[in-house]
Design a protein around this ligand. Sequence first.
Ligand code: ACM
Ligand code: ZN
Length: 533
Amino acid sequence: MTRHIKTLIILLLAIFSITSCQKIEPIAVIPEPSECTQKKGHFSIDEQTILCFGNIGEEGRDIMKTIRESYPKKFKGLQPNLGDEESAGKNSILFAINEKPDETLGDEGYTLTVTPRKVVAKANTVAGLFYAYQTLVQMSYASQIAGNGPYSVPCAKIKDHPRFAYRGAHLDVSRHFFNVDYVKKYLDMMASYKLNKFHWHLTDDHGWRIQIDKYPALTSKGAWRPERSKWDTLHPMLPDEPATYGGFFTKDQVREIVEYAAARNIDVIPEIEIPGHCSAILYAYPQYACDNYPYVVAVGPYWPPKAIMCAGNDDVLRFYKDVLDEVAELFPYPYIHIGGDEAFNDNWQVCPKCQQRIADKGLKDEMALQQWLMNEIEQHLKSIGKKAIIWDDIVSEDMVNKSTIMCWQGPQAAIIAANHGNDLILCPTSHCYFNFYQNDPDKEPLAMTGLITLEKAYTFDPMPEGLSEKAQKHILGGQCNLWTEFINTPKQADYMIYPRICALAECVWTDPAHKDWKKFQNKVEMHTAYRKK
Ligand code: ACM
Ligand code: ZN
């Protein structure tokens, strides 16, 4: 046989094997990998399969433990046999750090090669290996849905890395309280879709949710409110009404969650709202208000919220700095979110102390007063080795602030901030607010006004149009937000977040050239069927 005929036969066999394989069992990985070539055959996981870890070092221990511990859950009770790189022969799954870093994979990318004989995952970091494992688990979904059991993984060669370094999900635990178990479940869901930043909205008008030793009333008073069956009624807490609904996280619980997240390659970003959304603080410490109004922990969606901390009172600055000092000790990630959204400053306009501050600092107006306050806090964070994230409400052409900006209101603020040299995270209400309805409001449980279907969520692009190459470098990524005014149970939170979180994950991980709505829909169907099993 001539060389040409041989080559032709090999080519035809290869095409046949790929197409015939795809018909039987598609690879349904979310987010879509950068490169994926399906091959003929399967790798079968069984009682003899050895799970091997090579060269992962001490820093990878916790993430590898997560893999070992989740393996029996993912593969229906199979206990893994453990080995090292040397034992990674036939019937093994090897996770190993590249001896020589592969520049094209970056910090979180990986390669995954599945053959009938063995599986090999390689990466520059343990994070990359963790994501290779998530991909492997998802590759077994199709076979599970087909009724073949969880043990069969289609052969493939995958090379994958994220488009953005910041891939987040936010959870508001103030409007309704969600406990440690639910937060862990949320983190598990994030990890399975390769999201790596958990934005934990811990304080708001409706409850303060983190233990602060120096200010115990924040949690003894500020974490509790009356339980009302109807959240959308507006009458406030009455003086003698029992405050039975609420809760907060102790410092030990916070540490537990931070550790749990780290073992899943997730950094936790706490949010402490400054200077608005503070009814719960002012119920506990009324001396920090501009006036003598009897503030109470909010029980409904008052609008606009009147509560704002007095920016002319030095004790308020001391309070925030003390709180942030305690918060900073609990969270190893350098960023702390300090709010800054929807700070209605009517009180500042008539408060002698706030007006005095404006005069003393030569500020132009109340907006400039907020900028000044946020800068003071940002400087304090810097002095303790931390960095601030602030909502885009503070963005203006003349701002001096260099914090990272979280853009929720639309592209205008993002463009100004990026050109100004601030780093940015995007979560616009148009695509990322998963507390909005996801389908026809007439047929859905009560949700926040607004409609973001799965298809709409899938069109999110964190990169605003029209940015210069230099400004584009400031776009760190994006996240979805789950505000919980109308979400009062874990079941409802799950319903609102899934499957839109899959769309978000693909928007922040996958290169737009590899996104495909039809394919995505099919993948979501498979994942949903798997989740129901
Ligand atoms: C926001 O939705 N107020 C950030
Ligand atoms: Zn004031």
